[in-house]
Ligand binder design. Sequence first.
Ligand SMILES: C[S@@+](CC[C@H](N)C(=O)[O-])C[C@H]1O[C@@H](n2cnc3c(N)ncnc32)[C@H](O)[C@@H]1O
Length: 296
Amino acid sequence: MISPETAPSLAGLSRLQALAATRAYLRNCGIEEADADARLLVFSAGGFDALGLLQNPDAGLTASQAARLEEFVRRRADREPATRIIGRRPFWTVDIAVRPNVLDPRADSEAVVRLALRMMTKRAASPSRILDAGSGSGALLCALLSEFPGAFGIAVDLSYDACDAARLNLAANGLATRAGVVRANWVDAFSGAFDLIVSNPPYLKSGEIRGLDPEVGGHDPHLALDGGPDGLAAYRTLFSRAPGALVSNGVLIVEHGLGQGAELREMARGYGLSEAGLEKDLAGRERTFAVQTDKS
Ligand SMILES: C[S@@+](CC[C@H](N)C(=O)[O-])C[C@H]1O[C@@H](n2cnc3c(N)ncnc32)[C@H](O)[C@@H]1O
């Protein structure tokens, strides 16, 4: 294992050499996703993409590109996630700015978008009002509004930083005119208006937070991770209050942690909600389910 102090000098290297040196260094540092992360960092620091690398592998990095990449590599070796270093994350078909103190959205959450598309195509009409409860960066709402061009959406979060990030991401994706951002506690500010509510609430047990990898525990905000003693506190609130914010037969879709699905579906039934569909993540693990109120 090499320490961050021995990060390589990348000055004078070609694109291809810089990629190889970055990859090798990150691997030696024990970074699991060394290959993918090296590409993200090199492309971002060098201002080229995979095609640019293929077409011009021997082009040299400029001095400022090399210095930028050296800084990126030191930060990654220090266990800062690559997406936070470059400040971007592709999510579904939208581009999301990853900001300090706001959860870095994960590809697993795209299961919520897939389930929403399936649930909404079963209905006669597309949703006209969507609420993203605990919206963080606004990734889910951006993806949903891009899929439902006739819809208006609200992003709700308790964190000021998250609200700022959602505003920025909605605007950057050309969705600001169809969206609002509200700082509030879950769905408390609303009644009876939404066809679809999605939520990826915090779902870790409080006691699990200390054992998290530094990439997660050291960078994603506590408010986005801590789901209370059993990890399920936010779901109790959502299952009890979301029906009041939905139209008749509106749909609530929640993401959850691994292994929490059965207990949560049982909990939802206890709140009088009927199960309406579930979806797995890309690794085939249950990640999200939909419920409906029995109102008609
Ligand atoms: C796991 S993150 C999900 C963020 C985003 N939806 C995503 O999937 O990337 C949970 C979010 O819930 C927010 N949150 C926590 N408690 C909340 C509350 N009482 N009311 C509203 N939002 C809350 C956090 O600030 C955080 O942004």
